[in-house]
Design a protein around this ligand. Sequence first.
Ligand SMILES: Cc1cc2nc3c(=O)[nH]c(=O)nc-3n(C[C@H](O)[C@H](O)[C@H](O)COP(=O)(O)OP(=O)(O)OC[C@H]3O[C@@H](n4cnc5c(N)ncnc54)[C@H](O)[C@@H]3O)c2cc1C
Length: 273
Amino acid sequence: MVNGYQATSLKEALDILGREPSVVPYGGGTDLMIEADDNATYLFLSKVPEMKQITEDTDYVRLGAACTFTEIMESELAPSLLKEAVFQIAAPAIRNLGTIGGNICNGSPKADSALVFVATDAKLRLASRRGERVIPISEFYLGRKKTVLAEDELLAEVLMNKSGLDNYYYKKVGARDALAISRVSFAAVLTTAEDKIVNCMTAFGAVSDVIIKRADIDALLTGKTLAEAKAIKEEYLAAYKQAIVPIRGRISAEYRKAVCMNLLNDFLLSKGI
Ligand SMILES: Cc1cc2nc3c(=O)[nH]c(=O)nc-3n(C[C@H](O)[C@H](O)[C@H](O)COP(=O)(O)OP(=O)(O)OC[C@H]3O[C@@H](n4cnc5c(N)ncnc54)[C@H](O)[C@@H]3O)c2cc1C
């Protein structure tokens, strides 16, 4: 028997959490079920309408944190890169339950939708009954399973840029095709205008304690033509070779690093660099 509150509005959810910060937010429970705690009281978010919507404004596609992977896949507004990553998550049963909010807040470097949000510089709307703040996802993670989320705060919404995400690359290297937790995953976007690279965004998942994002290295390609980018490709790859320091686990660090470099090179080649 699971104890909990079923909130039916964001305000109600935030009031409950503000009153009882020990209550555990519950999206689909697919991560929580691994370490189910019989004594915990849960706050079920699946009936909070404000967290189930996918909308757009001038600049952003706004994805409610309690949207499931299936709902993302079925949305006409969700960017193709996100859909492609989500489509490769587990099997339909998990995709019907698992939410993007849970994927982000669980704080795992293997989280596949979080990888896309980090790669594309998404923003997070965090809410508590004290108020709201919108932060870049680059400021959200403090370490493995550690985030800046306060005890009384919920992730309400994820904001993805509406434009500039079309020319993407995504690969998840898993142990098997289905039900695979990523060994190494990689998402990238290259945006060009008038023959020049205006933005290169990359991120590596399942390699280190947190998703690896190095905007400073990617910036080496900004403002370059494809030919100029080719000329400094070795410098760019060398910078990543130094920056990627995989943790040891069941998979050797050397293997992870070799896969990362292969994926990065393949991304560049696929974009004519
Ligand atoms: C068999 C299996 C296969 C899997 N395969 C994959 C895979 O291929 N790729 C992948 O990325 N993941 C995978 N997962 C992990 C999991 O399904 C995902 O991380 C999923 O997104 C978790 O979402 P959830 O809603 O179920 O999270 P929950 O379990 O409900 O919550 C996870 C954590 O986030 C917190 N939380 C949830 N929502 C919020 C919110 N809105 N605000 C604040 N805190 C919140 C919870 O308190 C908890 O700490 C797999 C899991 C299983 C069991």
